[in-house]
Structures are given as C-alpha cells and as structure tokens.
Write a protein that binds this ligand. Structure first.
Ligand SMILES: *Cc1c(COP(=O)(O)O)cnc(C)c1O
Length: 221
C-alpha cells in the first residue's frame, strides 16, 4: 500500500461518518488519483479545467467530480459536462450560464454557493449578507440545484483563526435552510483543508477538501 492510500485511509478512519472527503487533486496525476479512490475516497475535487479534461475521462465514473476552483466564464462549457457538482457558484451570470448549458445536456447541475466569509475585497464568493438574496434570485433556474454552501476563509498562519469564519458560514447555512426557499436543499457545507479540516468539522462541515495531507506537498497552489 502506498503512502497516498495510507494517508487517505487514516483520514477516512478518523472523521465522523456524516463527513465526506473531497480529495483536492490539483497538480496530481491520474495514478495518484486512482490510489485515493482505491483507499475509499469517492469525491475528487479539481481546480483547473485543463487538468480535469485530461484526468476525468481517464478515471471517469469510479469517482464523483467536484469543481472547486474559480469558474472562468469561458471555461463553463467544459466544466458542465465533466463535473458532478460545482462548489464555487458565486454570480448571477455564472448561474445563468451553468443553467443554460446543463439544460442543453438535459441535466441538472448540483451547485454550492461560495461564500466570501471574511469579506475580503479581492476574493471570490458571495458576501455573507448577499447569500440569501442571491439564492432567492437563482432558485427558479431549472437546471441547477442549490445544495449548500462552500467557503475557503482567509489565508492565516494559525488555522484556529478560521474558526469564526467557519462558524459564521454554518450559521448562514442554517439561516438559508430555515428560509426554505423552494427547490433549495441545504445538505452540504464544504469547508476546511489540510490544516483546518478538523476545526471545520467541529463547526459543522459535511465536506472537507483535502490535498496536501493526502497527496503530500505540491509545487504550486
Ligand atoms: C488546493 C485546495 C484545497 C486543498 O488544500 P490543501 O491545503 O492542499 O489541503 C482545498 N480547497 C480548494 C478550493 C483548493 O484549491
């Protein structure tokens, strides 16, 4: 058994049963991804369309594929047919484009709304106070299905510093669930990475996106 599957098995054995690991596979080869799938990881996250177009057709149905990077408008046409979920929906034009492309393929695309939980000016994501209005605006689109929220949080040296942002995102998640917007199913809360997933789980994450702790260090982010 290789180190990658050993790392993956260890994490899977330690997390609570209601939490699922999304293996963040940017910069990894198809062989490395196969190793995490063999270890029992079922969800693979990709950030880059070019990498995804190479790797997904090769591995395909053995995993489910989550887009976790920033969506560029001109790349949506590749993302929609390849992925099972887009975790980073953050604008009305993007929602409309995904809806139109998914409609053409006769499918419904599950999405999470990305929240800019620390309200950082240059960061992707919907500002916390805009999340519920945004969801109310897009919930009628027939070919996307809103299934929860995702957040990155700020880059900090001490992951404990992320806790308040994770907690606030969880509160927002509960608020959206309580609003019971028709067609919206709040079932996934994606937060936490290698250095912060334990904190994120304590604060209510149901999906954790883990790269380095599974695959080892990479040479780009
Ligand atoms: C790379 C990445 C991760 C995983 O980061 P690690 O620190 O390597 O665990 C999680 N989420 C997103 C959006 C990423 O781009």
């Amino acid at each position: 058994m290789g180190i990658i599957s050993e790392n993956a098995r260890k994490i899977l054995s330690e997390i609570p049963g209601h939490v699922r690991v999304v293996a963040a596979a940017k910069a990894r080869t198809a062989d490395e991804i196969r190793e995490v799938i063999e270890a029992g990881v079922t969800l693979i996250g990709e950030n880059y369309v070019q990498e995804a177009r190479a790797v997904i057709p090769e591995i395909g149905e053995r995993a489910r594929w989550h887009f976790i990077g920033h969506v560029q408008t001109n790349k949506v046409k590749y993302i929609v047919p390849l992925f099972d979920m887009i975790e980073t929906l953050d604008s009305m034009p993007l929602a409309q484009t995904v809806d139109r492309l998914a409609g053409r393929l006769g499918r419904v695309m599950p999405v999470l709304v990305e929240v800019n939980s620390a309200q950082e000016p240059q960061k992707a994501g919907v500002l916390p106070e805009d999340v519920l209005p945004f969801i109310r605006q897009i919930h009628t689109l027939e070919h996307i299905r809103i299934q929860g929220l995702m957040t990155m949080g700020p880059f900090l040296d001490d992951p404990e510093g992320l806790r308040p942002y994770f907690r606030a995102t969880r509160e927002l998640f509960d608020e959206v669930a309580k609003a019971a917007v028709p067609g919206v199913e709040m079932k996934h809360l994606s937060m936490g990475m290698s250095d912060s997933y334990r904190i994120a789980i304590e604060e209510g994450a149901t999906l954790v996106r883990i790269g380095t702790m599974i695959f080892g260090p990479r040479n780009y982010s």
